[in-house]
Design a protein around this ligand. Structure first.
Ligand code: NAD
Ligand code: TYD
Length: 351
C-alpha cells in the first residue's frame, strides 16, 4: 500500500507527511514542483527514509503523473499542491489558474484513468482526497452563522475562485465518472514550517527582526485558526472514514481578529524573547487594506465531529505558543527561506 501526496513540501503537506510516519509505515510518494513555497528542508528528518519517495515535478505534467501512478499503484491521492497566497493571487492570478484549476484537472484525469484500470477491490478502496479551503464560501457578516458544507460558494479573490473551481471539478468527476472523491474545506492553518508571507509567521519573523508588523486596514477581519497538526489528523480521519462524494468542513472554533492575533504573538515574544527596545506591539503599523479583503470566515465543524469523531487537540493558546517557540528554535530555517526571492516579494507587497 502507498499513498500519493501532491504538494508535500509545502507548509501543510510537509506537516502531513511528517505526521503520517509517526503512526504509519505506509510509504508516501510526494510529488511537488518546489515552487517558492516548497522546501525540502521541511522534510530533512526523512532523509534516507525508504518510506518517503520525493519526486520533483508538476501536477500539470500528465505523463509524469501517469508514470507515478503506474509505478507506485497508490491506494489514494491526497491533493495539497496549490498556489495558496491571496496577496500573490492579486498580483499575479495566472499561476493560480494554471496549478489550482488546470493542475487539478490534469490530476483528476490521470487519477480517473488509473482508477478505471484497477481490479474491483482496489477500485472500490481508492480515494482522491482534495484539500481545499473555507475561502471558497466568501465572506460572512459579523453575526452570520459559521459556514456549513451547504453554504453557497461565493469566492472573492483569484485564489479562492481558483480553489472553488477545483472543488467543482472534483465534485463533477465524482458525479459524472464515479471517481471516489472526498473534499475537505479547512480554515486558516498555523504552525511549524509556515512560509513567512502569511500573517502569523510574517509577524513572528518581522517582530524578531525589529521590523514593522503590517496590519491591513483596521485589523478587525476575522479568521478561524487551526493548528496544522489538527488539520492533518482531520485529513487522516476523512481519508479513513469519510463518505464518498462528501465534503467536510474543518475548523478550530477559534475565531480571532487579525488585531488579536498580532497582539497575542507580540505578548508571547515579549515573554519568550523580550526586546530591549520595548514591547513588540511598538512595531505594529496599519497599512493599506488588501483589495476585496474578506471580512470574516468561520467554520461549523460539526459534521466531521459527528460523523468521524474528529476534534482538534490544540486550543489557540496552546497552538500559538508552540508555533512561536518553534520559530524561536528554528532560526536557521527562517534565515534559509528569507532568500532573495522572498525579499523581492516583501518589497513588492509592502514597499
Ligand atoms: P503552500 O503554498 O505552503 O504549499 C504548496 C505546495 O505545493 C508547495 O510545496 C509547492 O511547491 C507545491 N506546488 C505548487 N504548485 C505546484 C504544481 N503545479 N505541481 C506540484 N506542486 C506544486 O500551501 P499550504 O498552505 O501548505 O496549502 C496546502 C493546501 O491546503 C492548498 O491546496 C491550500 O489551498 C489548502 N489550504 C491551506 C490553508 C492554509 O491556511 N494554509 C487552509 C485551508 C486549505
Ligand atoms: P493570510 O495569512 O494571508 O491568510 P488568508 O488571507 O488566506 O486568510 O492573512 C490572514 C489575515 O491577515 C487576512 O485577513 C489578511 C491579514 N494580513 C495582514 O493584516 N497583514 C499581512 O501582512 C498579511 C500577510 C495578512
Amino acid at each position: 500500500m502507498t499513498i500519493l501526496v501532491t504538494g508535500g513540501a509545502g507548509f501543510i503537506g510537509s506537516n502531513f507527511v511528517l505526521d503520517w510516519f509517526k503512526s504509519s509505515d505506509e510509504p508516501i510518494v510526494n510529488l511537488d514542483a518546489l515552487t517558492y513555497a516548497g522546501n525540502l528542508a521541511n522534510l530533512a528528518a526523512l532523509q534516507g527514509d525508504a518510506r518517503h519517495v520525493f519526486v520533483k515535478g508538476d501536477i500539470g505534467d500528465r505523463a509524469l503523473v501517469d508514470s507515478l501512478l503506474a509505478a507506485h499503484r497508490p491506494r489514494a491521492c491526497l491533493h495539497f499542491a496549490a498556489e495558496s497566497h491571496v496577496d500573490r493571487s492579486i498580483h499575479g492570478p495566472g499561476a493560480f489558474m494554471k496549478t489550482n484549476v488546470e493542475g487539478t484537472f490534469t490530476l483528476l484525469e490521470a487519477a480517473r484513468a488509473y482508477w478505471g484500470g484497477l481490479q474491483p477491490d482496489a477500485k472500490a478502496g481508492f480515494r482522491f482526497h482534495h484539500v481545499s479551503t473555507d475561502e471558497v464560501y466568501g465572506s460572512l457578516k459579523p453575526d452570520a452563522p459559521a459556514f456549513t458544507e451547504t453554504h453557497p460558494y461565493e469566492p472573492n479573490s483569484p485564489y479562492s475562485a481558483s480553489k472553488a473551481a477545483s472543488d467543482h471539478l472534483v465534485r463533477a468527476w465524482h458525479h459524472t465518472y464515479g471517481l471516489p472523491v472526498v473534499t475537505t474545506n479547512c480554515s486558516n492553518n498555523y504552525g511549524p514550517y509556515h512560509f513567512p508571507e502569511k500573517l502569523i509567521p510574517l509577524m513572528i519573523v518581522n517582530a524578531l527582526a525589529g521590523k514593522p508588523l503590517p496590519i491591513y486596514g483596521d485589523g478587525q477581519q476575522v479568521r478561524d485558526w487551526l493548528f496544522v497538526n489538527d488539520h492533518c489528523s482531520a485529513i487522516r480521519a476523512v481519508l479513513a472514514g469519510g463518505r464518498l462524494g462528501e465534503t467536510y468542513n474543518i475548523g478550530g472554533w477559534n475565531e480571532k481578529t487579525n488585531h488579536e492575533i498580532v497582539h497575542r504573538v507580540c505578548a508571547l515574544l515579549d515573554e519568550l524573547r523580550p526586546s530591549a527596545a520595548g514591547p513588540h506591539t511598538r512595531l505594529i503599523t496599519h497599512v493599506t487594506d488588501r483589495p476585496g479583503h474578506d471580512r470574516r470566515y468561520a467554520i461549523d465543524a460539526r459534521k466531521i465531529e459527528r460523523e468521524l469523531g474528529w476534534r482538534p487537540a490544540e486550543t489557540f493558546e496552546t497552538g500559538i505558543r508552540k508555533t512561536v517557540q518553534w520559530y524561536l528554535d528554528h532560526a536557521d530555517w527562517v534565515a534559509d527561506v528569507q532568500s532573495g526571492a522572498y525579499r523581492a516579494w516583501v518589497d513588492k507587497q509592502y514597499g
